[in-house]
Design a protein around this ligand. Structure first.
Ligand code: SAM
Length: 381
């Protein structure tokens, strides 16, 4: 991993999170550099600043390097981004005196005078972020959005105009541009969560803006739902739960089980919790059979939980980057935490060849079902 960051006179050593990644990916990109260069070149004064979608803390670390009293609110939906930022601040001996961290559903402070954003991959989420900002920012507040030049087009600028205020893009530098938007002070209506039904299971699913499979059931999840393992499971983990569809159906299949929902996305965990409550899957005695963790894989699953089943539809990208390290970490964590005899039940695109990894970790792997595109794999600890 390339780690030496040098831009506009700021030097840092920055790591992705987790720091051990067998990849040539790095913790920042040219769009981060462009935004930092823009702030330094324009001699941006120190004002209360909100930073949204800072991948692994490059923007937060850079502002803190300029002035460790810079008042920063860091908003993140991804737990790994938050952990990466905290790691990089500490690693670079940076001690911001005024750093507030909030998740993607909390409001940024109303005294915010500058907003810095990286363009997220999910444009529906981006539109929702802008609409949320419109409810807080007074007219005239500057919002700087940096992105790859190829992602910036008339439709994107009109999305910004529609949800926050007029905008214009800078000249390109290293194939990136900084979009300057001035909020117009008119509060927009924030889009409601998207709802759909899985009729044959009697479930209604509601998704906040940054949740995987926002508009319909994922085809990988569909084949999982049709092939749930048989058994009297007592502790089931839905690892990378998204809206919680696999864990919700697990509760229908194994009524006595405690279900543990884990996801890196705060909005995913909030949606899974809402879906659990709305579909009335709690136990009749009101015991808390649903448990929800905003976390990086199984890092903080309580020590006394030894699952006997882990259900997993792993991601194959982290932000913009295509990578299999999260799937690896999910399988390794599942192996560590499963009780002896416990089962890992995984769905994946056939071409991802998860069976090779799973076999290496568990020493066994069986194909349970497959179609042209997907395969369901199972391994026993
Ligand atoms: C392919 S989606 C599956 C969602 C859902 N289980 C389904 O089947 O529709 C993968 C999920 O993994 C989550 N994820 C990504 N990185 C993660 C990590 N490090 N720890 C936990 N969850 C993660 C993503 O936010 C996403 O919700």
């Amino acid at each position: 991993m390339t780690t030496q960051f040098a831009c506009a006179g700021i030097e840092l050593e920055l790591y992705r999170y987790p720091t051990q990644q067998a990849s040539n990916l790095q913790a920042w990109d040219a769009a981060d550099e462009h935004l930092i260069k823009h702030l330094i070149d324009s001699q941006q004064p120190v004002v209360p600043t909100a930073i949204l979608n800072d991948s692994f803390g490059a923007l937060t670390c850079a502002l803190t390097t300029v002035n460790n009293q810079w008042p920063i609110t860091l908003e993140t939906d991804a737990k790994t981004s938050l952990l990466g930022c905290q790691y990089n601040l500490q690693h670079n001996h940076l001690t911001p005196e005024s750093l507030q961290i909030i998740n993607s559903r909390e409001a940024i402070p109303c005294n915010t005078q500058l907003v810095l954003m990286k363009l997220p991959k999910n444009l529906h989420y981006f539109g929702q972020q802008l609409a949320r900002l419109s409810t807080i920012l007074p007219a005239g507040t500057a919002v700087l959005i940096s992105a790859k030049a190829k992602s910036i087009n008339a439709a994107l600028l009109s999305l910004i105009d529609k949800n926050l205020g007029p905008s214009s893009a800078s000249l390109a530098w290293k194939n990136t541009r900084v979009i300057s938007c001035i909020s117009d002070g008119n509060a927009r209506t924030i889009a409601a969560p998207v709802n759909w039904k899985v009729n044959e299971l009697g479930l209604t699913i509601s998704n906040l803006a940054n949740v995987f499979a926002a508009n319909k059931l994922d085809i990988g999840a569909r084949i999982m739902l049709d092939n749930m393992p048989k058994g009297d499971f007592t502790h089931v983990v839905d690892l990378g739960c998204g809206n919680g569809i696999l864990g919700l159906h697990a509760k229908q299949c194994y009524p006595q089980a405690q279900i543990h929902f884990v996801d890196d996305s705060d909005m995913a965990i909030a949606s899974a919790k809402h879906n659990w409550q709305h579909n009335k899957l709690g136990s009749p005695d009101n015991a808390p059979h649903g448990h929800f963790y905003w976390d990086d894989c199984l890092t903080n699953l309580p020590d006394d939980i030894s699952p006997d089943l882990v259900l997993c539809n792993p991601p194959f990208h982290q932000g913009e980057a295509i990578t299999d390290h999260i799937a690896w970490q999910m399988f390794v964590d599942a192996y560590k935490r499963l009780k002896t005899g416990g089962i890992l039940h995984v769905v994946g695109n056939r071409h991802l060849a998860y069976h090779v990894k799973i076999k290496r970790i568990f020493n066994n792997c069986t194909t349970i079902a497959s179609n042209g595109k997907f395969v369901i794999l199972q391994a026993k600890k």
